[in-house]
Design a binder for this molecule. Structure first.
Ligand code: HEC
Ligand code: HEC
Ligand code: HEC
Ligand code: HEC
Ligand code: HEC
Ligand code: HEC
Ligand code: HEC
Ligand code: HEC
Ligand code: HEC
Ligand code: HEC
Length: 420
């Protein structure tokens, strides 16, 4: 094609006379999608106005990213070399934000599972010719668009097969934070509020989030609950690095967070018991921290526990008495179950509003033994003996009767019995 040759010569002349890089318009002479005549495969064209409006359009020319590609087609042998954003964004002390090592330290860079190759590159999250500053609403990495950007691999039709990535966004969409009507990213938390995309120095990156950091992450938007939680036995221990205690997400879930008034929530009155007992019935945890056992069995057999099992959400559950975010040992004067505070705890609105000192005295987790609650223990034991004795008596009588009948049959034959 003659005109390419002419252009080649022209551009060599241009290059000989100037040391400046090729200008965008030189490249766009062939690569613009807005040309009156089609010069090349439309798949290789781009919209010049999109590019000039992008964050790079004002700062760098095409060959800033497409290094070594000139206007002559001979130099196009380098055109297929993948673009290295890190040329500029990885330099120490460069004017552009330094992101290179950050990304290289993330899980996306070092996939653990065999066969995972579809981890995101800069382009997958940022785009190529339409990159914008994250603060602009149009940017793919602006908080309001993050669900779509991350969801390409973490939860869109077919992405489980294509990318072998955990399909987290599917759950997230149904959670309180993720539901469209709650404006994820604008009001509620989106992926990058909890997972920073590339920054190992920050509290959380796409690395698995350290449990110790979780309350602080949630606390940015739920500061009241955070400050309560920090003073609880659970919160104080976690801050000291003890990971057997619950962070917010052990009770609420991560991508399944729902408010307590929704039945499916892990903290709804119907599920709180299960949420607490997954640790408070765990033998290792009970032993290691010297925690009292039988919390579940004593609750289950109590009036509250029976009502709760039958779906009566008004009956007290673990959090009604212990609170959700101010849980303290009974010996702590601030604890809702400290003897000094029990009248108030039992007397909550809609519970036993007329509770008295005496009413609140009773043991709640009643597990009677010879040493504690001995009267209840002995009465219980007698009662059990009585029930067992009565049952044994009846079983004995039935057996005697049966054996008599069998013997009679043997003696008189099946027809000759006097029974009928
Ligand atoms: C004379 C027309 C022309 C000019 C000017 C031109 N290109 Fe190209 N470019 C082409 C053609 C034709 C191809 C396809 C080449 C092929 O498939 O081997 C191409 C391919 C490319 C590709 C590779 C696309 C791919 O994925 O295969 C890149 C990147 C590219 N050009 C960048 C540039 C840049 C940057 C400039 C300016 C410095 C430029 N081009 C100037 C015609 C041109
Ligand atoms: C900020 C970096 C950057 C700049 C600046 C840039 N590109 Fe690209 N370009 C990319 C990336 C990323 C790709 C995707 C291919 C890849 O990952 O290597 C791409 C792909 C292309 C392709 C292949 C076709 C396609 O769309 O996939 C062409 C042609 C191209 N660029 C031309 C240009 C031209 C012409 C300019 C200047 C107007 C330009 N590029 C400026 C990053 C850039
Ligand atoms: C030739 C150097 C160069 C290359 C290569 C380059 N960039 Fe940039 N980038 C810049 C400059 C310069 C800015 C503008 C910085 C500013 O405005 O402060 C910028 C800005 C950005 C911003 C906006 C930052 C902000 O805080 O507003 C993003 C995002 C970005 N680049 C991503 C990329 C990606 C992704 C690639 C690869 C496809 C890439 N860059 C390749 C030079 C480069
Ligand atoms: C191009 C596809 C792709 C995109 C886009 C993507 N991811 Fe991933 N991501 C993966 C793959 C694949 C893995 C699995 C790596 C592994 O298990 O080895 C992964 C792993 C993760 C993990 C760690 C999982 C674990 O097991 O601990 C987190 C967290 C994560 N991604 C968050 C995000 C966030 C947040 C975004 C958006 C800002 C995002 N990802 C965008 C493909 C993607
Ligand atoms: C998993 C998706 C993902 C990948 C991969 C990714 N980024 Fe980002 N990037 C983001 C998100 C999301 C933000 C916005 C962060 C925020 O809101 O604070 C961002 C912000 C940026 C910024 C602006 C930072 C600032 O402080 O203003 C630059 C520059 C950038 N990324 C460059 C890169 C480069 C270069 C690469 C490849 C080496 C890359 N990113 C890979 C998602 C990603
Ligand atoms: C409210 C905070 C929060 C939000 C919002 C959130 N995550 Fe998570 N995510 C977590 C926590 C906490 C974990 C568990 C700790 C860990 O594994 O890093 C987690 C774990 C993950 C994992 C690993 C889980 C697995 O099954 O292996 C992936 C992948 C992930 N998140 C991706 C996402 C994506 C994609 C989004 C947006 C659709 C998102 N997350 C939104 C807090 C959040
Ligand atoms: C970016 C801010 C943000 C982050 C981070 C965040 N949330 Fe939220 N969350 C919200 C907003 C806003 C609401 C809606 C509040 C409302 O409507 O009253 C909400 C609602 C909730 C609800 C539903 C109950 C209610 O009050 O409406 C729960 C439970 C919840 N968040 C727990 C968490 C947990 C646990 C974490 C950490 C893993 C977390 N949130 C992180 C902003 C956030
Ligand atoms: C030991 C389990 C547990 C832990 C740890 C926990 N929560 Fe809760 N949370 C609950 C229960 C149970 C409820 C519902 C009962 C209630 O409303 O008092 C609840 C209710 C909530 C609500 C909605 C109701 C309200 O009071 O506004 C939000 C928001 C919330 N939690 C956020 C958090 C945050 C943020 C953290 C971490 C700082 C956290 N939770 C830690 C168990 C827990
Ligand atoms: C992730 C596991 C876990 C979950 C979930 C959990 N806890 Fe705990 N809890 C612990 C551990 C471990 C301790 C012991 C801390 C220590 O002694 O330092 C503890 C301590 C306590 C204590 C103080 C006990 C004492 O003797 O000092 C009370 C009361 C308590 N939890 C109630 C609850 C309630 C109520 C819930 C549900 C709303 C709950 N916990 C959920 C692990 C858990
Ligand atoms: C009706 C109120 C009530 C309910 C419901 C309740 N508790 Fe308690 N809990 C108490 C009181 C009061 C104490 C103080 C000692 C006692 O009476 O046994 C206590 C003591 C405890 C202790 C030991 C605290 C210490 O410092 O000795 C743990 C752990 C505990 N409860 C966990 C639970 C769990 C888990 C559930 C749910 C299965 C639950 N509780 C349900 C009122 C309640």
């Amino acid at each position: 094609m003659a005109w390419w040759g002419v252009l080649g010569i022209l551009s060599s002349v241009l290059r000989a006379t100037t040391v400046l890089a090729a200008t965008n318009s030189e490249c766009l002479y062939c690569h613009s999608s807005k040309l009156p005549v089609r010069r090349i495969d439309p798949a290789l064209t781009l919209d010049p106005s999109t590019y000039s409006a992008s964050v790079h359009g004002k700062h760098i020319t095409c060959d800033g990213c497409h290094v070594g590609v000139g206007t002559d087609l001979l130099s196009h042998k380098d055109a297929n070399t993948p673009v290295q954003c890190i040329r500029c964004h990885g330099q120490k002390d460069s004017v552009v934000p330094e992101q290179y090592r950050d990304r290289y330290d993330s899980i996306h860079r070092r996939p653990r599972k065999a066969g995972v190759s579809e981890v995101p590159t800069c382009k997958d999250c940022h785009g190529d010719h339409d990159i914008e500053a994250p603060s602009l609403m149009d940017s793919r990495v602006n908080k309001v668009n993050i669900r779509v950007t991350c969801g390409k691999c973490h939860g869109s039709p077919g992405s489980d097969i294509a990318h072998k990535a955990p399909q987290t966004a599917v759950d997230y969409d149904k959670s309180f934070h993720g539901r469209k009507e709650n404006h994820p990213g604008l009001r509620t938390a989106t992926c990058t509020d909890c997972h920073l995309p590339h920054n190992p120095k920050a509290k959380a990156s796409t690395e698995p989030i350290d449990k110790v950091d979780i309350p602080g992450i949630c606390g940015r938007c739920h500061p009241g609950i955070y400050s309560e939680y920090r003073s609880t036995i659970h919160g104080r221990d976690l801050a000291r690095g003890i990971k057997d205690v619950p962070a917010c997400t052990d009770c609420h879930g991560e991508h399944t967070i729902r408010p307590p008034w929704e039945a499916a929530s892990s903290v709804s009155p119907l599920h709180v018991v299960r949420t607490c007992t997954k640790c408070h019935e765990n033998k290792r945890i009970l032993r290691q921290y010297g925690l009292p056992a039988g919390r579940y069995s004593t609750y289950r057999d109590s009036f509250h526990g029976i009502s709760n099992r039958f779906g009566d959400v008004r009956a007290a559950n673990c959090a009604s008495c212990h609170t959700a975010h101010r849980i303290l040992p009974a010996s702590d004067p601030q604890s809702s179950v400290n003897p000094a505070n029990r009248v108030k705890t039992c007397g909550q609105h809609d519970c036993h509003e007329k509770a008295t000192e005496n009413f609140a005295k009773g043991t709640v987790h009643l597990a009677p033994s010879q040493s504690s609650d001995a009267v209840v223990y002995w009465v219980g034991l007698c009662y059990k003996g009585m029930v067992l004795g009565t049952i044994s008596l009846f079983v004995g009588l039935i057996l005697l009767d049966l054996s008599k009948r069998v013997r009679l049959r043997e003696k008189h034959g099946p027809e000759g019995g006097e029974a009928e």
